[in-house]
Design a protein around this ligand. Structure first.
Ligand code: PMP
Length: 330
C-alpha cells in the first residue's frame, strides 16, 4: 500500500509548471513552482513543521502548550496542521486586511483567530506584532514561532524548496524569482541554489511598490503576504541580487491572467511574483530557465482579486469576467 502516515508527510515536492501564455515574447523557459499543491494550500506548510520540530527539541514548546503567531493566514494553516496532530492549542493574530475567507480556514482547522487593525504603526500595541506579544505574555505555556526571525523558516527552504528546484530542473535553473514577506522563502532557496550552482543562479525578489525591500517606506498596499515596513531576521539581503517593485494593479491583473490563461488559480502574491519574473526574463536567451515561486491558491481571495466589484471599487482596470444573461442570449 502506498499512503502518507499523516497529512504532514505530503508537504513539499510541489510541481514545476511551464508558463506558456503570459510569457508571450519571452525566449527563456519560465517555470512556476506551484505551492498550492501543499496540503494546507501554501508554501508556508514547509516552515511550520520545521519551526515546531525545533521548538520541541529546544524545550520552548512543551506538551499541551499554546502556539501564538502573527500570521496573514498561510503560516497559521501550516502551524494548525502540525498543532492538531500533536495536541497544541493555536491562537493566530491577523491584520484586518486579511481576507475573511482565510480567517475562516484557520478556525476550520480548530485554531482561534484575533483580528487587529492594519493602519497602525508596527510598534503600536494594537499592531499584530504588539497584540501577539501580549497574548504570549499572558498565556501560560505559550510559544511564538516568530516566523519573521525564526531561522528554521529559511532553513526549511534550504532543505526542501531549493533542492527540489535543483533536482527538477536537472541543475539547469539560471534564475529564481520569489516575493518577499518574511524573506524566508527567497533566502533559504537562494542559499541552496547559489551553493549548488557555484553562485551562478541569479535571484530576484518581487516586492509590492511602497514596501521597504524595494526602497519604499512600507505604506499600505493591497497584495497580501508580501512586502514589509521593517527588516525581518528571516531575510538575508546578501542572497538576493535585485528586487523589482510591482504595483497592486499589475499584480492583480497578472493574478487573474494566471487563472484564466494558465489554469493556475493563485493568490495576489503569485501575480506579483510572475509580473516580476517576466520583467527579469524579458531579455534573457532561450537557454535561460527562470523558476518563479507561486505561494498560495486563489481560493482565499474570491471576494477580493477575483471579485469584479472589489476590483472596480478600488479603481483597477475593468477585468471583464462577468457575463450577463442578456449578453449570453444576445
Ligand atoms: N505570499 C503569501 C500569500 C504569503 O502568505 C507569504 C508569507 N508571508 C509570502 C508570499 C512570502 O513568503 P516569505 O514569508 O517566505 O517571504
Amino acid at each position: 500500500m502506498r499512503y502518507a502516515e499523516s497529512v504532514l508527510d505530503t508537504i513539499g515536492n510541489t510541481p514545476l509548471v511551464r508558463l506558456s501564455k503570459v510569457t508571450e515574447g519571452i525566449a527563456a523557459t519560465v517555470l512556476a513552482k506551484v505551492e498550492y499543491f501543499n496540503p494546507g494550500g501554501s508554501v508556508k506548510d514547509r516552515i511550520a513543521a520545521a519551526m515546531i520540530d525545533a521548538a520541541e527539541k529546544s524545550g520552548e514548546l512543551k506538551p499541551g502548550g499554546t502556539i501564538v503567531e502573527p500570521t496573514s493566514g498561510n503560516t497559521g494553516v501550516g502551524l494548525a496542521l502540525v498543532a492538531q496532530q500533536r495536541g497544541y492549542r493555536c491562537i493566530f493574530v491577523c491584520p484586518d486586511k486579511v481576507a475573511e475567507d482565510k480567517r475562516a480556514v484557520l478556525r476550520a482547522y480548530g485554531a482561534e483567530v484575533v483580528v487587529t487593525p492594519t493602519a497602525v504603526a508596527p510598534d503600536s500595541p494594537e499592531s499584530y506584532y504588539g497584540v501577539s506579544d501580549r497574548i504570549v505574555a499572558e498565556t501560560p505555556g505559550a510559544y511564538k514561532p516568530n516566523q519573521f526571525f525564526n531561522q528554521n523558516g529559511p532553513g526549511a527552504h534550504y532543505a526542501t524548496t531549493g533542492p527540489e528546484i535543483w533536482r527538477d530542473t536537472d541543475g539547469r535553473v539560471t534564475h529564481f524569482v520569489a516575493g518577499i514577506g518574511t524573506g524566508g522563502t527567497i533566502s533559504g532557496t537562494s542559499r541552496f541554489l547559489k551553493e549548488a550552482s557555484g553562485g551562478a543562479v541569479h535571484v530576484t525578489g518581487a516586492d509590492p511598490l511602497g514596501s521597504i525591500y524595494s526602497g519604499g517606506t512600507g505604506r499600505p498596499y493591497l497584495v497580501e503576504g508580501v512586502g514589509e515596513d521593517m527588516w525581518p531576521g528571516a531575510y538575508a539581503r546578501d542572497l538576493v541580487d535585485d528586487v523589482i517593485a510591482i504595483d497592486d494593479a499589475e499584480s492583480f491583473a497578472m493574478t487573474r491572467r494566471l487563472a484564466r490563461e494558465e489554469g493556475l488559480l493563485v493568490g495576489g502574491s503569485s501575480g506579483l511574483a510572475v509580473a516580476a519574473a517576466l520583467k527579469a526574463a524579458k531579455d534573457l536567451p532561450a537557454e535561460a530557465v527562470v523558476v518563479v515561486l507561486l505561494p498560495d491558491s486563489g481560493r482565499g481571495y474570491l471576494q477580493k482579486v477575483y471579485s469584479d466589484a472589489w476590483m472596480r471599487s478600488l479603481g483597477f482596470a475593468d477585468p471583464h469576467s462577468e457575463t450577463t444573461v442578456r449578453e449570453v442570449l444576445a
